[in-house]
Design a protein around this ligand. Structure first.
Ligand SMILES: Cc1cc2nc3c(=O)[nH]c(=O)nc-3n(C[C@H](O)[C@H](O)[C@H](O)COP(=O)(O)OP(=O)(O)OC[C@H]3O[C@@H](n4cnc5c(N)ncnc54)[C@H](O)[C@@H]3O)c2cc1C
Length: 484
C-alpha cells in the first residue's frame, strides 16, 4: 500500500503584526485547508538594543505576544518563540528550523526599515528550498504606490495626501476575518516562556490583545473622533485615539482603523475639514513617513533629508541635554511633556512637536539625540514616524515651512494649555502659580517674593533663537561654498 502523502507545512513569521484578524500573511497561510500551519516569533534583543527600542515597548510586545499565542492556539496553530541575538543569527536559526520542521512555504508581512529589508533579501537569496510569500500589510498602500508625475516619491506631505486618496479608493482597504479554526494543533513546545524581558506595568491605557485594541478603536470612532479636529491639539483632554502603540507593533492594522472609522462616520470622505477626516489625515501621515524611508533609505542611515543641514554645528552641552531629558528646562510646557513621556511612555503629538523644537531650536542640540531618547522611552516607538517627526521639527526633513520659523515654547504653551491644566498635572511644583503666570512662573515668584522649587529657564528663548538662525545660515552658506 502506498504511504499516505505528508501534509504540506506552512510557517507564518510574526513580526510587527501581532494579531489574527486582518493579517494578510496568516490569512494566506491558512487558505489551504489541508496544510499544517505553524507560527514563530523571533526576539532579537541585541538588534532591539541597537535600534534603541524602549523596555516599555518590549514589554508591550511580550504582553501582546502572549495574547496572540493564546488566540492562535484556539485556531489550532502553535506559536514557537525563539530568541536570537540579532537579525543574522535569527535568519540562520530560521533556515535550520524550516529544515527540521519540513516547512514548504514561509509567509510574512514586510517590514520597511532598511536593516529589516536587508534581512529579508538575504533570506530570499539563500533559501532556494523554501517558497517565500511576502505581503504588504503594515500600511494602507505599499511604499512606492503613490508617486508624482515624474514617477518619484513626494517630498512634501500635502500633495502626497492628495494623490494618496484616489489611489486608496482604487486599491481598496477591506479587512480580512480571522482564519477559521483548524484541526488539532501540532505538538510543538509552544508553551515555553516567550522571551526574557523586564515586565513593565503600562497602566490602564494599554490593555493587551487585539480584542482590547479593537474595543479602544470602536470607542474612539464612536465618541472622541467627533471632536477630534478641535481637541487633537489640547494635551489636557483625551482628544486623540492613543492607538499608536497598537499600530506600531501591529496589534491593530490601519485597514481596521479606516473601516471602523467609515462604519461609524460614513461621511468621512465628504469634507477634508471634518473631524473624522482629520483623523484619517493622521493615518496618512503614518503612511507618508513609511513611504519616505523606502524611497530614501539614507533616512535609515542616520542622514538628514535636507543634505546641507549635515553642516550644522550642534551644541554638545550635556547639562542642557540632561535638563531636557529630565523635564527641568524651566519651560513648563516642555517639562510637563517630557515628564509625561518619562512616566507613561506616551507624549501628546503637539507636545512632541514643542519639545522636539525646543531641543533643536532653543538648545541647538542634534535632533538625533532627541530621536534616540524618544525611542528609548516611547511605548509607540516607530522608526519612520519618529525619524519623520524629528526631522520635521528640526527643519532637516520634509516640513514645507522654512527653517527660520521657530516655535516659541511660551506662546505654544499659552495657546494649547492656556490655564496650565496639563502643566499642573505633571509639575506639582507649579500647583499654586496663578493661571496668568503658569507659563512664566518665575515672573510671579519674583513679584511675590516666593521661592519656587522649579528651575529658571536654562536659555533665553529670543537669544537662543538668534544663535540658531545664525547656525542654520552658516550651514546653508557652507553648502553654497561646497558647491562652488
Ligand atoms: C518628534 C516626534 C516624534 C514622534 N514619534 C513617533 C513614534 O515614535 N511613533 C509614532 O507612532 N508616532 C510618532 N509621532 C507621531 C505622533 O505624535 C503620534 O503618532 C501620536 O501622538 C500618537 O498618539 P495617538 O495614537 O493618540 O494619535 P492620533 O492622533 O489618534 O492618530 C492616529 C494614528 O495616526 C498615526 N499618527 C498620528 N500622527 C502622526 C504623525 N505626525 N506622524 C506619523 N503618524 C502619525 C499614529 O499611528 C496614531 O496612532 C511623533 C511625532 C513627533 C513630532
Amino acid at each position: 500500500m502506498a504511504e499516505p502523502t505528508a501534509k504540506k507545512r506552512h510557517l507564518v513569521w510574526f513580526r510587527h503584526d501581532l494579531r489574527v484578524t486582518d493579517n494578510k500573511a496568516l490569512t494566506a497561510a491558512c487558505t489551504d485547508p489541508d496544510a499544517e500551519v505553524l507560527a514563530i516569533f523571533i526576539a532579537t534583543p541585541a538588534q532591539w538594543q541597537a535600534h534603541h527600542l524602549a523596555e516599555r515597548q518590549i514589554s508591550f510586545i511580550h504582553q501582546n505576544l502572549s495574547a496572540l499565542r493564546y488566540k492562535l492556539a484556539t485556531l489550532g496553530i502553535p506559536l514557537v518563540c525563539h530568541t536570537s541575538t540579532d537579525f543574522k543569527a535569527s535568519t540562520d536559526w530560521l533556515v535550520q528550523f524550516c529544515q527540521q520542521q519540513n516547512i514548504s512555504t514561509l509567509f510574512f508581512n514586510r517590514q520597511y526599515e532598511l536593516n529589516e529589508q536587508l534581512r529579508d533579501q538575504w533570506l530570499q537569496q539563500h533559501c532556494h528550498q523554501l517558497v517565500i510569500e511576502a505581503f504588504d500589510d503594515f500600511l494602507l498602500l505599499p511604499p512606492g504606490a503613490v508617486r508624482n508625475q515624474k514617477g518619484e516619491m513626494y517630498q512634501v506631505y500635502t500633495p502626497f495626501r492628495r494623490a494618496f486618496l484616489p489611489q486608496l479608493q482604487q486599491h481598496g482597504y477591506s479587512s480580512y476575518p480571522a482564519p477559521t479554526p483548524r484541526g488539532e494543533p501540532l505538538n510543538l513546545e509552544s508553551d515555553k516562556p516567550l522571551f526574557a524581558h523586564q515586565n513593565i506595568d503600562l497602566g490602564p491605557n494599554y490593555p493587551a490583545g487585539e480584542k482590547a485594541a479593537l474595543q479602544k478603536l470602536r470607542h474612539f470612532c464612536q465618541q472622541n473622533v467627533k471632536q477630534y479636529a478641535q481637541q487633537r491639539d489640547i494635551p489636557s483632554v483625551e482628544g486623540t485615539s492613543r492607538l499608536s502603540a497598537y499600530l506600531a507593533i501591529g496589534v491593530l492594522s490601519p485597514r481596521q482603523c479606516i473601516n471602523r472609522l467609515l462604519l461609524e462616520n460614513p461621511n468621512t470622505f465628504d469634507s477634508s475639514d471634518g473631524d473624522a477626516f482629520s483623523w484619517l489625515n493622521e493615518l496618512i501621515w503614518r503612511e507618508f513617513y513609511h513611504h519616505l524611508i523606502v524611497a530614501f533609505p539614507d533616512l535609515c542611515r542616520n542622514k538628514p533629508f535636507i543634505a546641507w543641514t549635515k553642516n550644522l554645528a550642534w551644541s554638545s552641552d550635556s547639562t542642557h541635554l540632561l535638563a531636557w531629558q529630565q523635564g527641568k528646562t524651566g519651560y513648563p510646557i516642555v517639562d510637563a511633556a517630557m515628564r509625561q513621556m518619562n512616566t507613561t511612555g506616551w507624549m501628546h503629538n503637539r507636545l512632541r512637536m514643542i519639545s522636539a523644537s525646543f531641543l533643536v531650536k532653543d538648545l541647538l542640540i542634534n535632533w538625533r539625540e532627541g530621536e534616540e531618547y524618544f525611542m528609548r522611552q516611547l511605548v509607540d516607538g516607530n522608526f519612520a514616524a519618529n525619524n519623520g517627526g524629528w526631522q520635521w521639527s528640526a527643519s532637516t526633513g520634509t516640513d514645507a515651512s522654512p527653517w527660520f520659523r521657530i516655535f516659541n515654547p511660551t506662546t505654544q504653551g499659552k495657546k494649547f494649555d492656556p490655564q496650565g491644566k496639563f502643566i499642573r498635572q505633571w509639575i506639582p511644583e507649579l500647583q499654586r502659580v496663578p493661571d496668568k503666570y503658569i507659563h512664566t512662573p518665575h515672573e510671579w515668584a519674583d513679584s511675590q517674593k516666593v521661592i519656587l522649587d522649579y528651575p529658571q529657564p536654562i536659555v533665553d528663548h529670543s537669544e537662543a533663537r538668534k544663535i540658531t538662525l545664525e547656525a542654520f545660515e552658516r550651514a546653508k552658506n557652507q553648502q553654497f561654498h561646497d558647491e562652488n
